[in-house]
Design a protein around this ligand. Sequence first.
Ligand code: 5GP
Length: 201
Amino acid sequence: MHKTKGLLVVFSGPSGSGKGTVLAEVMKRYPDMEFSVSATTRAPREGEKDGVNYFFKTKEEFQDMVENGGFIEWAQFCENCYGTPRAYVESRLEQGKDVVLEIEVQGAMQVKEAFPDAVLIFNLPPSMQELESRLIGRNTEPIDVVNKRLATAKEELLVADRYDYVIVNDVVEYAAEKFLSILKSEKCKAERNISLLKEFK
Ligand code: 5GP
């Protein structure tokens, strides 16, 4: 039996682009894909659970993980640190599982460097105006935080062209379909199926 390594998928997009909603729809339709839970120094928002949404860490705990090579990437975003734990991702990929990371752009570029066959997908809002009203309407953060996130969102949009794919999140179901089509095509790439092809030689 041929065995292929799992696909490492990176999903980014500015705050307010609705990437969490798109990803939830994708995972509903493709439950075999595993979501990598990140570590963060940010305080939990209402309803967030440790080990489910994030592993909530102190700055010292986070720094220890950085120094011990515990992250495949990490970045500072709006005054907090976020990182992808190495052990989980590497072991799942090795077992042939597809793993998705929902991370911001600096981290995505680190992943691209360290895992050249990762697939990078960028989630775009339907328009800049729509993004602004979603961020302001979300009401989860004080206004200075919203403004900071808006400025960061604009910067993030500038590097979307370094991703392999962009999808516009106009209707969540359509965006999820596009995401799943990308996965299907990537999995069919000849270079990802070397061991399968060997069986026919
Ligand atoms: P939030 O505070 O809204 O949950 O996340 C802020 C940003 O950090 C989002 O763009 C989110 O995708 C990103 N993020 C979450 N986890 C990670 C991670 O492990 N690494 C990096 N680089 N970014 C992350």
